[in-house]
Design a protein around this ligand. Structure first.
Ligand code: FE2
Length: 368
């Protein structure tokens, strides 16, 4: 292994023969693999137990700064693999407060599959993706992110559309992800391959009070049908269909279980329609909300990866997007561990006055 260095560049280790730095984490696609859906479970968020001063998480921190006012804090000196259960509780709380936390100089990539799973399981049972790859001899919970000239499968799934696609991972699940980890294994040689994280709390707060009020009480349908269809269309008999298509309804405005902050909970990738609205009304409202998120440069931050970077973020109060802005063929290799958390909590109790059912035409067409 050699290191590529110049006076003003981040040192990025590479193998001289061009092979991956982390071969044990290479993606594996098994079209025959099947996984049962996880049933409902009670989720108690670790953030409830946290000391708000975060003495365990922050005791070794040498440097810490906010990346942007509304989302993102970068942290040096804390070692995620060394945190006590109390430190992990505080991590959950801080991720909920700041949306995302960028930990530098971590040993997390080198502690092995089981130790990695044990740490992230602190935040909830780990999700298994419907079609994304896992390591060939590794657990299915390790979702591999891989882009390189020897495997363009994921890049091809973005062909003919913008790679900027804000989303909350797996929002079509009945209980959706919470405190999630991305561990970067190998980055492109120059700049690029960053993750943009957008605050859904601030996205909500930036709307007018009257408009916010209109959104509260609405529900939306989330589905991963498009992604599952693309997987089959692109890969035919080699398509991975580990699980069936997921479709669930969630509140448009949710409350974080620990901070109680309200957040806009729609995203352009998975949110398909507003329940009870006619198609044109739903399309119109969702287009506005999606544009609002994409335009929200003032409530987002850009996370640049360095060797040893681990991104920890709270999916319930953020949307994120890849960038895919580096030269095609360069290697970007990471893994994600995604704990499932609570069923999204509506921002206020939905009082159904049955008005819709009183309209005979709508009731007849099951539009309520
Ligand atoms: Fe994602």
């Amino acid at each position: 292994m050699v290191s590529v260095a110049s006076p003003n560049k981040v040192v990025r280790p590479v193998k001289t023969d061009g092979s991956p730095l982390y071969p044990d984490y290479m993606p594996f696609y098994d079209p025959l693999e099947k996984v049962e859906d996880r049933g409902p479970f009670e989720h108690v968020d670790p953030g409830h137990r946290a000391d708000p001063a975060k003495p365990n998480l922050l005791k070794h921190v040498t440097k810490m700064f906010d990346i942007s006012p509304h989302v993102g804090t970068e942290i040096y000196g804390a070692q995620l693999s060394q945190l006590s259960p109390e430190g992990l509780d505080e991590l959950a709380l801080m991720a909920a407060e700041r949306g995302c936390l960028v930990f530098r100089d971590q040993e997390f990539a080198d502690i092995g599959f089981e130790a990695q799973k044990k740490i992230v399981s602190h935040f909830g049972p780990l999700h298994i993706h419907g079609w994304a790859p896992h390591p060939v001899n590794g657990p299915p919970e390790h979702m591999i992110i891989y882009d390189h000239k020897d495997d363009l499968r994921v890049r091809k799934s973005w062909a003919r559309k913008s790679p900027i696609q804000f989303h909350t991972d797996q929002s079509p699940e009945p209980q959706t992800p919470g405190t999630t980890f991305i561990c970067m294994l190998e980055s492109p040689s120059g700049a690029g391959g960053d993750t943009i994280v957008s605050s859904s709390v601030r996205a909500y707060q930036r709307l007018s009070p009257l408009f916010r009020k209109r959104l509260e009480g609405l529900w939306a349908v989330h589905s991963n049908n498009d992604g599952a269809t693309t997987e089959v269309k692109n890969n035919g008999t080699n398509a991975v269909q580990r699980r069936g298509v997921l479709t669930n309804k969630h509140p448009v405005v949710i409350v974080h279980p620990v901070t109680k902050q309200k957040a806009l909970y729609v995203n352009p990738v998975y949110t398909k329609r507003i329940v009870g609205f006619d198609e044109e009304e739903s399309d119109y409202l969702l287009k506005f909300l999606f544009d609002h998120i994409v335009r929200g440069q003032d409530f987002s931050c850009r996370v640049r990866y360095e060797p040893g970077t681990v991104l920890v973020w709270d999916q319930r109060i953020t949307n994120h997007s890849q960038t895919l802005d580096y030269f095609p063929g360069e290697r970007r290799h990471a893994f994600r561990l995604t704990p499932i958390a609570n069923k999204p909590i509506p921002s206020k109790i939905d009082e159904d006055d049955n008005e819709c059912m009183q309209e005979e035409e709508r009731a007849m067409l099951n539009l309520c």
